[in-house]
Ligand binder design. Structure first.
Ligand code: PLP
Ligand code: COI
Length: 354
């Protein structure tokens, strides 16, 4: 595959590590590639980062044909840049594409593109502790017609954003509101696809939670509002009576790569990990009788994020006295150790870009 390169003529200044936050700054270039049914994927190019021009009838603007991924490039102590399980993201992107009637990209091409783009933009990978270059591949339907049908034309883009921590709390515990009105997804719907519409539909509850001082909401299942699903931008895990419990992949939650990695790390460390339907009644009981020892969220942007309080139906339930727990800390240290190349990668999860 040939990638045509057009370099920017006005490179930007890199932001100070202390000001990074999440998704505020963007690197100098972006990767773009077009798809049509006749030509397949074509015109792979790296171009200066800039605005897009879309036909006002473009499918994405009316019918929400959009999917995305999120992964990070990490700068190791020796200066080299590496990715974390990128093939997992590529495979999930293709599953999302299939669900949303968007074109898939052959795995080897998608990996080649990702690595070439990161290699090109690698100087944007920050080196301060806890920082990384967040990569946002996304794809949208771009037919210039108002007819509703599977997409015939699409665009695939990767942008890159140097980031610090997702939550203003950093590694400090976040407060989560359990949502009992809106639902995020149902089985058979698009919950397990990483499509923009899932996030658009979550904003109302997220906004209500934020107004009450909570970082995000914890979703319950869309049918009975009984089973715990996931948090706005991360999967969720609980330690109850020594056992780790996490909602099973029921079809309506995102199969997180951090979730999968946490489960593998936990099992290797000898913990009992159970993936099952886990009800809000069980969680409430465990919060009341004190058997809930720890709770945390996990995701690429959020890394491993301790939960210090849940609020359910107006009642506040502190978790582990609002402090980070032992297992949460172990997971954070193990995963970030692998990602930033500080510890050994006994799982073979890292992928150098050259
Ligand atoms: N659940 C939702 C809704 C998310 O947006 C994310 C973030 O990507 C996750 C879970 C965690 O997935 P991953 O660990 O692959 O980033
Ligand atoms: C990620 O963790 O990569 C995500 O996509 C979450 C996001 C909605 C910020």
């Amino acid at each position: 595959m040939e990638i045509k390169v057009t370099k920017t003529t006005c490179p930007k200044e890199k932001p100070e590590a202390s000001t990074l936050g999440f998704g505020k700054y963007f690197s100098d270039h972006m990767f773009v590639m077009d798809y049509s049914r006749e030509q397949g994927w074509h015109d792979a190019r790296i171009v200066p980062f800039g605005n897009l021009s879309l036909h006002p009838a473009s499918t994405v603007l009316h019918y929400g044909s959009e999917i995305f991924e999120g992964l990070k490039a990490y700068r190791r102590a020796d200066g080299k840049v590496q990715l974390f399980r990128p093939l997992e993201n590529i495979r999930r992107m293709n599953r999302s594409a299939e669900r949303m009637c968007l074109p898939t990209i052959p795995e080897e091409d998608a990996l080649y593109i990702l690595k070439e783009f990161v290699k090109f933009e690698q100087e944007w990978t920050p080196s301060a502790p806890g920082t990384s270059l967040y990569l946002r591949p996304f794809m949208f339907g771009n037919d210039e017609t108002l007819g509703v049908h599977a997409v015939h034309n699409a665009t695939y883009i990767i942008i890159a954003s140097p980031v610090g921590s997702y939550y203003k709390e950093g590694i400090n515990p976040v407060k989560i509101m359990i949502e009992d009105q809106d639902v995020r997804a149902v089985r058979g719907g698009t919950g397990e696809a990483k499509c923009g519409g899932n996030y658009a539909a979550s904003n109302r509850a997220g906004e209500r939670a934020e107004q009450k001082g909570y970082s995000q909401v914890l979703w319950l299942d869309g049918v009975e509002r009984k089973y715990i699903e996931e948090v706005g931008a991360m999967n969720v895990m609980f330690k109850i009576g020594g056992e780790i419990i996490t909602p099973m992949l029921s079809g309506s939650i995102l199969p997180g790569i951090t979730r999968k990695s946490c489960i593998e790390v936990l099992k290797k460390a000898g913990y009992k990990v159970t993936e099952r339907l886990f009800s809000i009644d069980e969680l409430e009981q465990a919060m009341q009788d004190g058997t809930l020892e720890e709770a945390w969220g996990c995701g690429t942007a959020a890394v491993v994020s301790p939960i210090g309080e849940f609020c359910y139906k107006g009642v506040q339930h502190p978790v582990n006295n609002g402090e980070i727990g032992e297992v949460t800390q172990m997971l954070y240290d193990t995963l970030t150790g692998i990602q930033w190349g500080k510890g050994g990668d006994t799982f073979g999860w890292t992928c150098p870009i050259d």
